[in-house]
Design a binder for this molecule. Structure first.
Ligand code: TYD
Length: 135
């Protein structure tokens, strides 16, 4: 599957903890956009889309949440519960985000600006594109 877990260096001393993230260095693309998701209501599932070209790294910088990735062949579930752990999600991977703790903040680093044309929001269309190898 087009995904990878990334451990970020964490500098911990008596003052606290600092996690360093750099585009091209420990993120395998130039970061063009950053957004974060917070205050997700209990029981809510978000996502339900794939991207044609976009790559993202998801980091739960506070609290925890779960991510389900599906490339049309296999599904993998990840628990993001550490601010120094990132989940790289490549193009053409269907994702769901759920089980957000009340204090969860999910930070997302993206390789492209926000473009609705890059989204595939219909699961059947996603599977069809996978089978046909359109992308
Ligand atoms: P949406 O795609 O529904 O979020 P999720 O991936 O969590 O299911 O996005 C919610 C709204 O935010 C939608 O109106 C589009 C907007 N949005 C932006 O304007 N810029 C962005 O970078 C993103 C990711 C979303």
């Amino acid at each position: 599957m087009n995904m990878q877990l990334i451990d970020f260096p964490s500098f911990i001393d008596e003052r606290g903890s600092l996690v360093a993230i750099e585009g091209i260095q420990n993120i395998p693309f130039e970061i063009k956009r950053v957004y974060y998701i917070r205050d997700v209501k209990q029981g809510v599932r978000r996502g339900f889309h794939a991207h044609k070209e976009l790559c993202q790294v998801l980091i739960c910088v506070n609290g925890s949440c779960k991510i389900l990735l599906d490339d049309g062949n296999a599904k993998h579930e990840f628990l993001l519960d550490s601010s120094n752990k990132g989940l790289l999600v490549g193009k053409m991977v269907w994702r769901q985000m759920y089980d957000f703790s009340p204090d969860a903040v999910l930070l997302v680093l993206a390789s492209e600006h926000h473009e609705e044309q890059d989204y595939i929001r219909d699961y059947e269309e996603f599977l069809k594109m996978k089978i046909e190898g359109t992308i």
